[in-house]
Design a protein around this ligand. Structure first.
Ligand code: HEM
Length: 217
């Protein structure tokens, strides 16, 4: 059990770091259109052409798969045995609700990631679907793909609303990961809980406002 929880915790922390970098990159979309297009496309091209980043991307895909598979096994076993639950902070009702619904929240996020990868990754990296054009600098126009998608109200809402379950999942997930990896000191845990809350709010609000902003730009 501990091995499985450690895999979920370690891969979860790695995914949390990815999200910080990913949000910083996507914040470019908040800039005025001409600047945003040029920066977003050249940044995206630089990442795709970098061998080290490509290797990190493979590590990311493996982490997502391990995180989902081991979290599903833990949730399934817990539901089946109704025995020991995922490490929970019983201090308040909220965190109990979240801990019991981590699997449920995770399904929403998995749905988001599958749709998201189909919208961007499959188009840009695998060349599936309509051709993606290039900008004036000859870079793949990832900005246009994003702008076109977020001008569709349904996708805009999908990307914004699903950031709410993402926020809850990140808050509880980060706290649990710290505990699983050995942070038991009461005072330290209180601080880590605050850090987890701040992180979850920044991520869900940050990612959530971008589609809205692009829609109304
Ligand atoms: C405003 C919201 C978001 C936008 C505009 C956005 C945009 C993008 C784009 C353009 C790519 C393709 C990059 C490329 O190949 O050049 C991408 C990849 C990806 N995104 Fe997002 N993203 C958003 C939110 C998220 C969130 C919330 C998650 C996770 C919960 C996520 C997970 C991923 C993953 C795993 C990849 C594949 C990474 C890679 O292959 O390098 N994204 N995203």
């Amino acid at each position: 059990m501990f091995f499985r929880k450690s895999i979920v915790a370690a891969t979860g922390l790695f995914l949390c770091i990815f999200l910080i970098v990913h949000l910083s990159a996507n914040a470019i979309l908040l800039l005025p259109e001409t600047t945003a297009r040029e920066l977003y496309n050249s940044y995206s091209t630089a990442l795709r052409e970098n061998l080290f980043i490509t290797l990190i991307a493979y590590l990311l895909y493996i982490s997502i798969i391990l995180h989902v598979v081991y979290a599903a096994i833990i949730t399934f076993r817990n539901t089946k045995s109704k025995g020991e639950k995922y490490k929970v902070n019983h201090n308040n009702k909220n965190s109990t609700w979240m801990s019991q619904n981590m699997g449920f929240l995770g399904v929403f996020i998995l749905l988001f990631i599958v749709v998201h990868l189909a919208n961007f990754w499959a188009k840009i990296k695998l060349g599936i679907g309509e051709d993606v054009g290039v900008d004036v600098n000859g870079n793949v126009d990832v900005y246009e793909v994003t702008s076109f998608l977020f001008h569709n109200m349904y996708f805009m809402l999908f990307y914004s609303v699903l950031m709410i379950p993402l926020g809850f999942h990140l808050y509880h997930g980060l706290k649990s990961a710290f505990m699983t990896l050995g942070f038991y000191h009461k005072k330290g845990l209180r601080l880590l809980a605050k850090i987890s809350l701040a992180y979850a709010i920044i991520m869900s609000v940050g990612f959530g406002i971008i589609p809205l902003f692009v829609y109304f730009k």
